[in-house]
Design a protein around this ligand. Structure first.
Ligand SMILES: Cc1cc2nc3c(=O)[nH]c(=O)nc-3n(C[C@H](O)[C@H](O)[C@H](O)COP(=O)(O)O)c2cc1C
Length: 316
């Protein structure tokens, strides 16, 4: 057991088109241990007012279950500020800036991880946006796009700004999701910043958490994405709760059923519904270690009927 005076703070990570408000609501209704969620990014266009569509998933009535921090993916101060104001009007006291998305079309436009080699652009946005920002700002970043030297150049400069926190995913943008998040890189980042830090990346088991918590005794904030989809009990376990096998199975099944019902209402048509469910199962199958062979049945299901049959086999 790691001796800490306060309980660890655990974020559900943003996973675009997975951890939307419906997922967060259903997850929060069935599982504990998560203190807050960073929402998947929204990308402001050049405009001073925002179509409700862009912020629909962040409307307060959809986000009562888990505390949410909206995330912006952009590099353009006017659009950023206008969206930040809109989010503040909706009641959000904190927003997060995405400096980590590695997708090629994002990086090409110098957004997400594409900003990491350009500390001047990052600072210019902060210089413009922060003085007028009505709430707090945190950053979620990788350790570089091509090279860790990028974080080493950027982090000391970020010390000049009043950020609430920096969430570090210690991979390079160029690595996408290959290999493992590297704690040594995180350790090097720690020496370069005075900001509060949160560790993110490849926390999949209690043993992963304990290894990191023992190593980084000064860190008490953790962000978990895929690990929580593969083991929805992980945050509870980290907080010291344990659940035996039978209720675990029941709770996983109830979670799936509620998510299915919600998605059925939300998605337009069975094709989209099936697509989303398959995407979730690529991670969720981790919760059924002795049923890995059924994932293929799910990913190959051509209809909701065959999908449901495969799920029954997994849950039985
Ligand atoms: C499908 C998918 C979608 C993601 N979408 C976002 C996003 O919208 N914003 C963001 O900051 N990170 C996004 N990420 C990165 C995760 O938030 C997280 O940093 C990464 O998965 C490492 O954490 P994990 O190993 O706990 O999942 C995404 C990752 C995946 C796999």
């Amino acid at each position: 057991v790691v001796a800490r005076t306060t309980a660890p703070f655990i974020y559900l990570a943003p996973l675009k088109s997975i951890t939307d408000s419906l997922f967060r609501r259903v997850f929060g209704a069935h599982f504990g241990g998560v203190d807050a969620a960073v929402a998947p990014f929204i990308n402001p266009q050049r405009a001073s007012s925002y179509p409700d569509k862009l912020v629909r998933d962040l409307l307060p009535e959809r986000n009562r279950e888990i505390t949410v921090i909206p995330q912006i993916l952009n590099n353009e101060p006017q659009g950023f500020s206008a969206l930040a104001r809109r989010l503040h009007e909706l009641g959000y006291q904190e927003i997060n800036w995405n400096l980590g998305c590695p997708a090629r079309q994002v990086v090409k436009k110098q957004r997400g991880a594409g900003l990491l080699p350009h500390p001047d652009t990052v600072c210019r946005l902060l210089d413009t946006v922060l003085p007028e920002l009505p709430g707090r700002l945190s950053i979620k970043m990788r350790v570089g796009l091509h090279d860790e030297a990028e974080a080493a150049a950027l982090l000391p400069r970020l010390n000049d700004y009043p950020l609430s926190e920096i969430i570090i995913h210690p991979r390079l943008g160029d690595e996408f999701y290959r290999g493992l998040a590297d704690p040594d890189r995180f350790a090097r980042c720690m020496t370069l910043t005075g900001h509060r830090l949160c560790y993110n990346g490849d926390i999949r088991t209690m043993a992963d958490y304990l290894r990191l918590a023992h190593r980084f005794t000064g860190i008490n904030r953790w962000m978990i994405g895929r690990g929580l989809l593969a083991d929805p009990f992980l945050a509870e376990t980290i907080k010291g709760e344990s659940t035996s096998a039978a209720p675990r199975k029941r709770r996983l099944a109830a979670f799936h059923d509620d998510l299915y019902t919600g998605l059925e209402e939300q998605m337009s048509g069975p094709g989209h519904l099936l697509g989303r469910l398959k995407q979730i199962w690529c991670y969720f199958i981790g919760a059924f270690p002795d049923k890995q062979q059924y994932l293929k049945k799910i990913t190959r299901a051509g209809s909701l009927d065959s999908y449901r049959r495969a799920v029954e086999q997994i849950m039985s």
